[in-house]
Design a protein around this ligand. Structure first.
Ligand code: NAD
Length: 282
């Protein structure tokens, strides 16, 4: 990956829409002051992308932070990239259309940049996808995609889809490198986005990663996030602490070398910290 990337650099999705390489994830950022301050701090520092979901119960706070940041002249709406997701209990055609409108309303926006099917709910995700295709056709969202879809879910979806998902947001970190799914998505021109890129904080004391971090004068978190970029994967680390939000964004002033990439590749053990997309019950 080029060393010329910056915090405001973007990847072009399969429909021409541009998506920032780095965004802020806000899962478990509390609705109200916490999420408002977190999102405002990130936008102020130069983040251009925010990843929320109906299920995170913080869309109103995210919307307030965006509105205040625009009013204060920190950002312009057209410069930022806002993602939300339809929750499992709302899957199905009509209920997804309603859920989309509710997210838009809570976020206080007139369009979203990306709307995702949060999980591949059996027997439902195709109808859900038809609803996403409709809001996309109406121009209410710039791009549509999926999350937690395995190769077989994508194969199945693509049989009927008229729009190929622009993004697949999946759990991905050095212990779960997702090589096969990444290769598949690349072959279909679906951009991969990493959730829990830091393994929910569990990978930060890993000896090998610490060694690579020391070599570059960087933190372990920065090594992992730069690794995502080197793989061509969009990444959305979460933190509500301003100094970590800043730390996580400072990954554009160095590069990993082939030796680092090869060393990190040895860490894969197909280990999930989150749920298995083929076996979840929510
Ligand atoms: P993560 O891997 O981003 O880890 C977050 C945790 O790591 C934080 O709570 C914090 O304790 C710690 N941390 C962050 N930066 C750090 C730093 N620089 N130094 C030390 N510790 C640090 O985990 P996540 O929140 O699960 O994932 C990121 C985002 O991905 C979420 O906020 C959400 O937006 C998205 N996500 C999506 C799904 C999905 O099903 N689509 C599932 C989980 C998460």
């Amino acid at each position: 990956m080029s060393n010329e990337l910056k915090l405001n650099s973007k990847v072009t999705l399969n429909n021409g829409v541009q998506m920032p390489w780095l965004g802020l994830g806000v899962f478990l950022a509390k609705e109200g002051t916490e999420v408002v301050q977190t999102v405002k701090a990130a936008l102020k520092y130069g983040y251009l992308s925010i990843d929320t979901a109906a299920a995170y119960n913080n869309e109103e706070g995210v919307g307030r932070a965006i509105a205040e940041s625009i009013a204060e002249g920190t950002v312009a709406r057209e410069d930022i990239f806002v993602t939300s997701k339809v929750w499992n209990s709302n899957q199905g055609y009509d209920s997804t259309l309603a859920a989309f409108n509710e997210s838009l309303y809570k976020l206080n926006l007139d369009y979203l940049d990306l709307y995702l099917v949060h999980w591949p709910v059996k027997g439902k995700y195709k109808e859900t996808w038809r609803a996403l295709e409709k809001v996309y056709a109406e121009g209410k969202v710039k791009a549509i995609g999926v999350s937690n879809f395995q190769v077989h879910h994508l194969d199945d979806l693509l049989q009927d889809a008229t729009v190929v998902p622009a993004v697949n947001q999946i759990e991905l970190h050095p212990l779960l490198a997702q090589q096969q799914l990444r290769d598949y998505c690349k072959s279909k021109n679906i951009q991969v986005e990493a959730w829990s890129p830091l393994g929910q904080g569990n990978l930060l004391d890993h000896e090998l990663l610490k060694k690579i971090a020391a070599k570059h004068g960087k933190t372990t978190a920065q090594i992992i996030l730069r690794w995502d970029i080197e793989l061509g994967v969009v990444t959305i680390p979460k933190s509500v602490k301003e100094h970590r939000i800043i730390e996580n964004a400072n990954i554009f002033d160095f590069q990993l070398d082939a030796e680092d990439i090869a060393a990190i590749a040895t860490l894969n053990e197909n280990k999930r910290f989150g749920s298995d997309p083929d076996n979840f019950n929510f």
